[in-house]
Design a protein around this ligand. Structure first.
Ligand code: PAN
Ligand code: ZN
Length: 189
């Protein structure tokens, strides 16, 4: 991109116009990400809900450029687990990212490639720094859509394979008094 441009971002809904490439992620595309496979299969058969959408502006995937997008993670649960993004490392693992939460309540779950885990609260105005080498997943722990705006290097790319295969070492479930971070019983390291 070598010409300046504007997009119009709705700070409440996260919609961007022009919307560029929109990703719609339904449960059927990430059923293995949730612990309760039976609950996931039932929900897929019933309505296959949209878990989240991402509005991506089209910018070349090149060093020096900046990608930016909004993600909208809907409220809901699969079993005890809240709706969440698939989660990924960046393909170019040395690249960082900033998330600005616009609406809702979430938890940003992160795990470094040497096994450290961190969570950060996401709330309107929270500006979260995801350092290089940390996988990241956004989890909607509230009752309204979680809307976040992200900026990251143009050539970062996405590596979903490791998380699809292993998951994170922690999961976030609904407890009697709100979200609880627990060890992932399926995690093999
Ligand atoms: C975000 C994420 C977005 C969707 O823009 O890509 O929230 O999550 P998944 O990519 O894990 O499905 C980001 O971190 N980009 O790098
Ligand atoms: Zn990312």
């Amino acid at each position: 991109m070598d010409v300046p441009f504007n997009v119009s971002l709705d700070l409440k809904t996260g919609e961007m116009k022009p919307e560029g490439i929109m990703v719609v992620r339904r449960l059927s595309q990430m059923r293995g990400a949730f612990q309760d496979h039976d609950a996931a299969e039932r929900m897929v058969a019933e309505s296959d809900p949209v878990i989240y959408r991402v509005y991506n502006v089209v910018v070349p995937e090149e060093s020096g450029q900046l990608q930016f997008c909004t993600s909208i993670i809907y409220p809901g649960r699969v079993g005890d687990e809240y709706f969440m993004t698939k989660g990924h490392f960046h393909q170019k693992i040395e690249t960082a990212e900033v998330y600005l939460t616009l609406q809702g309540q979430g938890l940003l779950l992160m795990q470094s490639d040497d096994g450290r885990v961190a969570t950060l609260d996401m709330f309107p105005g929270s500006t979260s720094y995801i350092p290089p080498r940390w996988a990241h997943r956004s989890i909607n722990v509230g009752s309204v859509p979680l809307v976040l705006y992200a900026v990251y290097p143009g050539d970062a790319g996405h590596n979903y394979g490791i998380i699809e295969e292993k998951g994170f070492s922690k999961i976030v479930v609904a407890g009697p008094c709100g979200p609880v971070v627990m060890n992932n019983p399926r995690y093999s390291g």
